[in-house]
Write a protein that binds this ligand. Structure first.
Ligand SMILES: Cc1cc2nc3c(=O)[nH]c(=O)nc-3n(C[C@H](O)[C@H](O)[C@H](O)COP(=O)(O)OP(=O)(O)OC[C@H]3O[C@@H](n4cnc5c(N)ncnc54)[C@H](O)[C@@H]3O)c2cc1C
Length: 342
């Protein structure tokens, strides 16, 4: 059986960020070829995308969020712009920053015994000293070691499509006519836009809502992608496995933003694991440090969850009042800094 220092399950934002910090004998495992399984609208802060060296994948940059509430558009100017990027290119660039072996296979089981993990895949078993679960909301490894780790009652669901419609800002739509207990978005991507809808409470039948939104811009649905994301922050270490990204709940409630946090938490996770591999840090200390880091923004996360829960109950008029207040330059600066600190 092949033996590795670390096995990283999942090769998307979190898994590739972990791998980017590793130098030892590392195995990256994913069901799909890297960069081929896009679920996301790929909107993220430009400084984060540039910081990890993936700026060549950027499609469009904007410093304005436009909120559509109650037939009004309220613009909020950002101190630090956001961008959209090409998922395949982003993953290709990020993947070029590691020397890991890649295995295209499904992880079907895991065993922890005698200080060594055995990871069972559709293409055989592999052993390692450490394992990272970066498999997204399914938390495919953690759930096997600790059944019930995934809170299926705390999942949002979203879908989107790319259409030849051009816009200049990031649009967010909070309109009950479009979707109850959810939101819509239009993200600018140069020659085209990504248009999508999300339901905070998780029902999966959203094609009608998506078509309704597309119809407003005389657009027809193209290939659709999307999926669930988890809005429940969970234990960062499960039975000795480091859990990273959406698997641990790093996608934020309310905004559904996860890429920024998957990258920053993935990088920190990778740094800590490399220190353990190098013998510079004790395994237990590494797990403690990662847990503290992964849970440090819990208060902000809980606050966003309260706002998400409140939003689905409040009136459109109240949302409009809040959006107006936030559009004040001083307030928006404060809100943006607070939000970026989460
Ligand atoms: C419709 C939609 C739009 C979104 N838009 C944005 C956005 O614009 N900006 C933003 O910041 N966030 C967005 N998000 C959230 C964002 O997509 C997630 O936060 C992010 O993808 C999580 O990254 P991850 O690496 O943790 O997991 P994922 O991106 O989910 O990747 C998990 C990887 O693990 C692999 N995997 C899973 N199970 C197994 C297994 N058993 N064996 C092997 N491999 C496995 C999968 O193939 C996948 O490659 C959006 C989400 C949705 C649903």
């Amino acid at each position: 059986m092949d033996k590795y220092d670390v096995i990283i399950a999942g090769a998307s934002f979190a898994g590739l960020s972990v791998a980017s910090q590793m130098r030892g004998k590392v195995l990256l495992v994913d069901k799909y070829d890297i960069g081929t399984f896009q679920i996301s609208a790929c909107g993220a802060p430009y400084d984060v995308v540039k910081g990890i060296g993936c700026e060549d994948s950027v499609l469009q940059i904007s410093d304005t969020f436009s909120f559509h509430v109650n037939n009004k558009i309220i613009d909020i100017h950002l101190e630090r712009p956001y961008c959209t990027f090409d998922f395949a290119k982003f993953c290709r660039i990020l993947n070029s920053k590691n020397d890991a072996d890649f295995l295209k296979a499904k992880i079907v089981g895991v065993k922890n015994g005698g200080g060594l993990f055995t990871v069972y895949t559709s293409k055989g078993a592999f052993s390692s000293r450490m394992v990272v679960d970066a498999t997204g909301w399914r938390a495919s490894v953690a759930e096997k070691l600790s059944p019930g780790y995934v809170h299926r009652d705390m999942l949002s669901f979203g879908i989107e499509t790319e259409v030849p419609y051009q816009c200049q800002t990031f649009h967010f739509l909070y309109e009950p006519d479009l979707i109850q207990e959810g939101a819509g978005w239009i993200f600018p991507c140069g020659e085209f836009s990504r248009i999508g809808v999300v339901s905070y409470t998780g029902p999966r039948k959203l094609m009608g809502e998506l078509d309704f939104l597309l119809g407003r811009f005389n657009q027809k649905r193209q290939k659709v992608h999307g999926g669930f994301f988890c809005y429940c922050l969970k234990e960062p270490v499960v039975e000795g496995v480091f859990v990273a990204g959406c698997a641990q709940g790093q996608t934020l409630p309310l905004t559904g933003e996860g890429i920024r946090r998957c990258i920053t938490h993935g990088i920190r996770c990778g740094e800590i694991i490399q220190q353990i591999v190098d013998g510079e840090m004790d395994f237990r200390e590494g797990q403690n440090q990662y847990s503290r880091f992964a849970l440090r923004a819990r208060a902000g996360y809980d606050f966003l969850l309260k706002v998400q829960n409140g939003l689905v109950k409040t009136s459109e008029e109240n949302i409009k009042i809040v959006a107006r207040v936030i559009s004040n330059r001083m307030v928006s600066k404060f809100v943006e800094r607070y939000y970026r600190g989460i």
